[in-house]
Design a protein around this ligand. Sequence first.
Ligand SMILES: *Cc1c(COP(=O)(O)O)cnc(C)c1O
Length: 392
Amino acid sequence: MSVAYEPTGVPALNLRAQYDTIRDEIEPVVRQVLESQGFVMGPEVSNLESEIAEYCGAAHAVGCASGTDALLLPLMAIDLGPGDEVITSPYTFFATGGSIWRTGARPVFVDVEPDTYNIDPAAIEAAITPRTRAIIPVHLYGQVADMGPIREIGERHDLMVLEDAAQAIGAAYHGRRAGTLGTVAAFSFYPSKNLGGFGDGGMIATDDPMLARRMARLRVHGMEPKYHHHEVGLNSRLDALQAAVLRVKLRHLDAWTAGRREVADRYRSLFASHGLEDMVGLPVERPGNFHVYNQFVVRVPQTLRDDMRQHLADRKIGTEVYYPIPLHLQTCFASLGYKHGDFPRAEAAARETLALPIYPELTEAEQRLVVGAMHQFLQERSHPSLFSDRAA
Ligand SMILES: *Cc1c(COP(=O)(O)O)cnc(C)c1O
C-alpha cells in the first residue's frame, strides 16, 4: 500500500534535500583535498575558474572569498575612490552598495522598474555626471537586468558596467549568459545561491585580460610575484575545499536551474487554479530573459503582506522579505542625504513583496500547501464576516 506523502510544513530553503542527492560525489573530492593538505587556492581553484569562465562564455574568471569581494575587487581595479560616483539599484542586498562605499566612492541610487524590480536604464542615464565611473546593475532574484540599454549607456559614457550576478548564475539575456553582458561580473557562492558552496566564496568573470590580471593580484594583497607588493589589496583567496565542492555542483547546475523553472511554472498554474492571479502579483519574466529563479517573489498589498507572512509561518511555511529596507534608507548611508519617497518603486516593492520557498527539490505537494495557505488567508481577509470567531 502506498501512502501519499503529506508535508506538514515547507522551509524557505532546504539545502539538505540537495545534499542528499550529491553526497556520494562530494565526499571523495573533499577527502582528496584533505589528503592533499592544500587548502587555499591551488589546482581546484584554477580548475573552477576555467570551468566558470567556460560556463558563462567569459575569457577569464578570478576566484575570491565572497560575492561581496567579487563586487569590491573590480571597483578597486579601476582605482575607484573619493570623488567618484557609481550608479546602482537601492533594491538589492546590502553588499552592492557597501562595496561602492568601501572604496570611498559615492553610491548613487536610481529607481527600479516596477515589474522586474531591476534597475531602470532611463533612470541611470538621468543620473550620470562627470564623476560617474561605473554602473552596477543587479540581476535581482535570478533575472538579468535590461542589459542592452545599460551596456549602451556604459559604452557611450566610457563607464565600467559591473553585473551583480550573485543571484543569477546561468541566467541569460537574449541568449547570452550573465557574466558576459557588461565589462565584468560578480558571482556569489553563498550557500543559498543557485550554485552554493559549503561556506563563503565568490568569482569574477570578464573578457578583459588586463582587468583579470589586476583583480587576481588585488585578491592576494597586490602581490606579484611572491612578496613583491605593487599595491595594497585584500586577502580574498578562495578555499580549495569550496572549489572542489563547487566543481561537483557546477555539473548539476543546469538540471537544478531547470528544476527551479519547473517549480516556478507550477506556482503559476497553482495560483491560476486558485483564482489568485489578480490578488497575488506573480514574477514577470521579460521576453528575451532566461530567469533562473534564485527567488520566487510575489507581491501583495502592503496591508496584507506581514500578516500573510505570519499566517504562513504559523503553518510552518517559511518565507522571506528581500529586502525590507532599500539601501538609500539604511542608517549607514544617512550621510548621502536620501529620504523616504526618493525611489517610490523600490520603496513600494520593499513593503509589498514576499519570497516563497523555491529550490529544485521542492515538491508539488509542498507547493500546494504554500498556495493553499495563501488562498485561505486571502479568503478570510476578503470576507471577514464569514469568520465571526476571528472578528475583532
Ligand atoms: C548574495 C549577494 C551578494 C553578496 O554575496 P556574498 O557572497 O554573500 O558576499 C551581493 N549581491 C547580491 C544581489 C546578493 O544576493
